[in-house]
Design a binder for this molecule. Structure first.
Ligand code: PLP
Length: 352
């Protein structure tokens, strides 16, 4: 069975590195566990490394973390569904919101439970995923301010996710300007949550500044890279998570299929470059478990040719001698890691 190795010592190192760098600039970090499906051991090391809270996009993950006794606080990243308002209040300390109707439902649920639920209002500064349009921000702020059982604790934005818009001076200034208005309206200091791992390059250059005092970081900690150019973060481990699979066939074959080429298993018409005979390895992992294109082999001289549902095909012509039964490990991309962490067919192995 293929397995995903999660090195908790390396994750803690990466988390501590980022939390320390952020802390020096007055920025707190909500560490994001969603790509690892809210794994409790991972959340524990993030908190030990200095994260101000654990953030996840799914209530199921937050429920599992609470069940496991992880302390929190817990931040729900995905804007909640209206229908889950009661669960949101019961499970999350803070949620990110952009809809008045949902805030009203959260308010009702909080009152019914005698609880106070904390809200970060999301503003869309251009990436076109979640968030209220800046021109409508004050209206939402004034309306949510009146809702009993809710406390507005911050203003946030998300970037580089849907639109690929990078954090810059102008969109960060827009956010901090709105946060200032919120502070004046509410008479309270605000968390100004400027973004995700796409902000790590700005943080490293000490250019985040100007009022942003919080980031929500997942990929940067887990894969050790910022997400604008996927550049490695200096001092971070890039191999805290590895995917490993086993060679089930190893044979010399031509590099171009024989016969007439039509659609592959996924409806695409593949094309091939003739590189003569190749030594080809087939591994016991496929699209049901990961994203083949997102796997970088650790072993030198290997190249991923592609995958089907259950098979990964490598050109190992230039690699050192291999045998059937050997295991090959890969550094996953975010997408490949997300799929592997989610697949029940990939065993999760925690190491220290
Ligand atoms: C996933 C997510 C993050 C974390 O993104 P990374 O790129 O993994 O750091 C932050 N904020 C929101 C709203 C998210 O959904």
């Amino acid at each position: 069975m293929p397995y995903l190795t999660i090195d908790l010592t390396r994750l803690e190192h990466n988390a501590a590195l980022i939390c320390r760098q952020a802390g020096e600039q007055g920025v707190s970090i909500f560490a994001v566990t969603k790509v690892l499906c809210g794994a409790p051991p991972v959340a524990e090391v993030f908190l030990a490394a200095g994260a101000a809270g654990i953030a996840d996009s799914r209530l199921d993950n937050i429920a599992r973390l609470r069940q496991a006794g992880v302390e929190g606080p817990f931040v729900l990243l995905r804007v909640p569904t209206l229908s889950a308002a009661a669960e949101v209040v019961a499970l999350a300390d803070i949620s990110l919101n952009s809809e008045l109707a949902t805030c009203q439902a959260l308010s009702c649920a909080a009152q019914a439970m005698g609880a106070t639920h904390q809200i970060i209002l999301m503003v869309d500064v251009g990436d076109l995923r979640e968030g209220v349009w800046p021109a409508d921000f004050l209206f939402l702020l004034e309306a949510v301010k009146l809702l009993p059982g809710l406390k507005i604790v911050g203003v946030g934005t998300n970037l580089a996710c849907f639109g690929g818009v990078i954090p810059d001076e102008s969109n960060q200034d827009l956010l901090t300007g709105l946060a200032k208005q919120a502070e004046q309206t509410l008479g309270l200091p605000m968390l100004v949550s400027g973004g995700n791992s796409s902000s790590l390059a700005l943080l490293a250059e000490k250019k985040l500044g100007r009022g942003v005092n919080n980031l929500r970081i997942g990929e940067g900690i887990i894969l050790g890279r910022e997400t604008i150019n996927r550049a490695p973060l200096p001092g971070a481990h890039l191999d805290a998570c590895l995917i490993t699979a086993e060679i089930i066939e190893l044979k010399s074959k031509p590099s171009v299929p024989l016969g007439t080429i039509s659609q592959d298993a996924f409806g695409n018409v593949p094309s091939f470059v003739d590189r003569g005979l190749q030594m080809r390895a087939i591994l016991d992992i496929g699209r049901q478990d990961t994203v083949p294109e997102g796997l970088t082999p650790l072993l030198e001289g290997c190249e991923v040719l592609g995958g089907s549902s259950d098979h990964l095909i490598l050109d190992v012509t230039k690699a050192s001698a291999l045998a059937v039964g050997d295991h090959i490990s890969f550094i996953p991309s975010y997408g490949a890691l997300l799929a592997a962490a989610t697949s029940p067919y990939v065993k999760k192995v925690y190491v220290r």
